[in-house]
Every structure is written in structure tokens, then in C-alpha cells.
Design a protein around this ligand. Structure first.
Ligand code: APR
Ligand code: PHB
Length: 391
């Protein structure tokens, strides 16, 4: 088997890339180590920027998204007993959309398969070679047998734990890493959201976030120690903590229900540079990780492959390689913008394990500064709603 682009990983990056290439008449095969049901139900964050939604619609993958997503014109920050709304629509005329990543993956898989783009599930990539020649090969294992996929180029869209990042050449490579001294306990609840918009709560005991998946399902997060065991959190303990961190506000109650999922999520910021080594390109989580506080992960995956697909198109249509050379720099501007924003939101809203009374008071002052001025709210809104898809 030989294709133009071999894609490792069927997450948002790999699936969007396969679609963009197909629309340009460029052949690809997607190799995914997990099963189709697994990737279609894996729980992840679920916030899409306008630029991502526009691209999903333009590529014909937005039919269910348009019907089922929850558009949000603003968010609320809660701290020091105060509620402050950041009205993105009024400030910058933009909004964001809540739609679970696994729902997006379901839609992307369906559209690609219907168009005849091959997605091989339970096909675990073990290694690749030849990226410095003109015939790279991807080696994978499926149904107990070894296979080789010959391609012109390899797109490593296999996330942080994949092989593309692991085996990316070391020469000239620089990794930037920041692991936070806390994690998030995430729960999924059969209960309507406490509020129609997201609530980001700063509290001395730790951060809390109230988000949602649908009008009947809430998604909630609590800052916890990084190595926390989710089983240490009984339902009573969880609800008490959410009530404390939300605080008392008229007309606002923690909305309780059956907890259907509970797990602890690691928080880290990470970038590897460059994102290309000869005929191997990294895109999405294989090249960078953001803490979920700004919900940028899926959006960065989509913007990387938008830039990458343009480079493949220029090459296959005109023989031009300048966009391959520009790939890393074109992505990194946006990646670092999102890194800074995610780190800033994280550090402004979370309580460090060794935080002093001064630190907490200073955070409240920062939140008051941001929410108390139009320019502060605008800065937050512009970054939250997303930088342009291509910078
Ligand atoms: N062979 C084949 N597939 C692999 C391998 C391998 N060796 N290793 C990992 N994969 C698959 C994973 O099973 C996963 O389905 O690669 C896929 C990578 O997808 P994501 O982790 O969703 O990464 P990406 O597409 O870059 O999307 C980033 O995902 O982690 C979230 O918050 C993050 O929202 C962001 C988004
Ligand atoms: C989510 O809905 O999972 C979500 C939303 C916003 C965030 C993080 C997670 O900042």
C-alpha cells in the first residue's frame, strides 16, 4: 500500500487533516491504535472557537454540530464572593461553542469513511523510517500481523504519548515543559448545568469549573492534588466541595445528579520545537499540550492541520516546498499565544499548594483588575474566543 500522506492518530488533528487533504484530492490513510468505539466515547474537553467551527462547517463536517452545540456569548468569573461576566459577544462580537470532543470525533470519522478515506482502527504504529529520504515507511501492527505503509510524508497526529513525538529526531530539538503541582478531578453528571454559561471559580481551597455537555448533562471540574485517587472522592465530598468553592450567590445552586464518570486529569504546558523533521510533521497534542483551563487543545490541533494541509496542497498542486519550511514558525506563533493564555488563566485561577495569604489576595486583585476594565475584559475575551486560525 502506498499513499501520499500517512497519518498516525484518529483524534481531531488526524481526522481534520485527512478531510482537508481529501478535499484537495490528496490521498491519505489514518492509522489509529484504538478501536472505533473507544475513540468515539473517550471523554475530553469540549470547547470550540469560532474559527474551528467555521472550518468544520466549510469542510462539511458540521451538520450535527450546528444542531447540537451550545453557543456561548460569555463566561463568568467568580472570586471573593463576586460574580463577573465577560460578555464576548458585546466586547469583540465573537462567541464559543460547547460540543464534546468525542462527538466531534464521531462526526469526523463518519464523514471521512463516507468519502472513502481509509481509517484503520486497532492499528498500532510501532515505528517509522526513511523520513530523511523520499520514501518514508510507517510500521504498524493490526490483527496480530505486522504491516508497512509507504508514503511520501508522515503526519504525526498521535497525541502526547504517541510514537511521532517519541521518535522525533533529537538534533536541533528543544522541549519546553511545565508540569503544574495540581490536577483536575473531572466528573460527568446527569443534571442540568448550574448556569447557562461557564462558571470559572477562584477559591482559596482551589479552582472549580462548571461547564456542560448538553441541557441535561453537566461537566464539572475541581482542582485536586496531582496524584489524587478519584476514589478518595465520595459523592458527598464532591458536592460539598463544589458548594464551598462556588459560594453563595442569589439564584445560583450547584445542580446535583448521578455522577456517571469520575477521573483525575494531569495539568501541563508543553511545546516541542521544531514541529517538522524532513518528511515528518507533528500536529496537535504530539507537538504541544496546554492545561485545560483555556480549553484550547482541540482548537490548536485543528489550526495546526489547517496550516499543514495548505503546505501539502501547495506541494502537490505546484511543487512548492516553501510552506513546508514555514510550517513550524506559522504554527508556533498561535501555539505560544495559546500557551501563554492557558498558563495565565491557570495561574490566575488556581491556588498553589504553598500559596500564602498574600498570593491569594494578589490573585483576587488581578481578577478585579481584569474584570474591572473594558480593556482587561477585552484581552481575556480575545484570547478565550481564539486567535485567528492562521497568524
Ligand atoms: N499508533 C496509532 N495511533 C496512536 C498511537 C500509535 N502508536 N499513539 C496514539 N495514537 C492515537 C490515540 O489513540 C489518539 O486517538 O492518536 C490519537 C491522538 O489523538 P488526540 O490525543 O485526541 O490528539 P489530537 O488529535 O492532537 O487532538 C488534541 O485531544 O488530548 C486532547 O485536549 C486535547 O483537545 C485536545 C486534543
Ligand atoms: C469542558 O467543557 O470540558 C471545558 C470547557 C472549558 C474549559 C475546560 C473544559 O476551560
Amino acid at each position: 500500500m502506498r499513499v501520499q500522506v500517512g497519518i498516525i492518530g484518529a483524534g481531531p488533528a488526524g481526522l481534520m487533516l485527512a478531510r482537508l487533504l481529501h478535499l484537495q484530492g490528496i490521498s491519505s490513510v489514518v492509522l489509529e491504535s484504538r478501536s472505533r468505539p473507544y475513540v468515539e466515547t473517550r471523554l475530553r474537553a469540549g470547547l470550540l472557537e469560532q474559527g474551528s467551527v467555521d472550518l468544520i462547517n466549510e469542510t462539511g463536517m458540521g451538520e450535527r454540530l450546528r444542531q447540537e452545540c451550545l453557543p456561548h456569548d460569555g463566561i463568568e468569573l467568580i472570586f471573593n464572593g463576586e460574580r463577573h461576566r465577560v460578555d464576548m459577544q458585546a466586547l469583540i462580537n465573537r462567541r464559543v461553542y460547547i460540543y464534546g470532543q468525542q462527538e466531534m470525533v464521531k462526526d469526523m470519522v463518519a464523514v471521512n469513511l463516507a468519502a472513502g478515506v481509509p481509517i484503520e482502527f486497532e492499528a498500532e504504529v510501532r515505528s517509522f523510517d526513511g523520513i530523511d529520504g523520499d520514501k518514508p515507511t510507517i510500521h504498524y501492527r493490526q490483527n496480530g500481523a505486522d504491516h508497512a505503509l509507504a508514503c511520501d510524508y508522515i503526519a504525526g497526529c498521535d497525541g502526547f504519548h504517541g510514537v511521532a513525538r517519541r521518535d522525533f529526531p533529537q538534533k536541533g530539538r528543544q522541549d519546553y515543559d511545565c508540569v503544574y503541582p495540581f490536577g483536575w478531578l473531572g466528573i460527568l453528571v446527569d443534571a442540568p448545568p448550574a448556569n447557562h454559561e461557564l462558571l470559572y471559580c477562584h477559591h482559596q481551597r482551589g479552582f472549580a469549573l462548571f461547564t456542560m455537555r448538553s441541557p441535561k448533562v453537566s461537566r464539572l471540574y475541581l482542582q485536586v492534588p496531582p496524584d489524587e485517587d478519584e476514589n478518595a472522592w465520595s459523592d458527598d465530598r464532591i458536592w460539598n466541595e463544589f458548594r464551598t468553592r462556588l459560594g453563595k450567590h442569589e439564584g445560583l445552586e450547584v445542580s446535583m445528579g448521578k455522577i456517571t464518570q469520575k477521573s483525575v486529569i494531569e495539568m501541563r504546558s508543553y511545546v516541542t520545537e521544531p514541529m517538522r523533521a524532513e518528511r515528518l510533521f507533528l500536529a496537535g497534542d504530539s507537538a504541544h499540550i496546554v492545561p485545560p483551563t483555556g480549553a484550547k487543545g482541540m482548537n490548536l490541533a485543528i489550526s495546526d492541520v489547517y496550516v499543514l494541509a495548505k503546505a501539502f496542497t501547495a506541494f502537490y498542486k505546484r511543487g512548492a516546498t516553501d510552506l513546508f519550511d514555514a510550517y513550524t514558525q506559522k504554527c508556533l506563533r498561535r501555539v505560544w499565544g495559546a500557551q501563554h493564555f492557558s498558563w495565565w488563566m491557570t495561574s490566575m485561577l488556581h491556588t498553589m499548594p504553598d500559596a500564602s495569604a498574600f498570593d491569594v489576595r494578589r490573585q483576587i486583585a488581578e481578577l478585579q483588575t481584569i474584570t474591572g476594565s473594558v480593556s482587561g475584559r477585552k484581552l481575556l475575551a480575545e484570547n478565550y474566543a481564539g486567535l485567528p486560525i492562521e497568524m
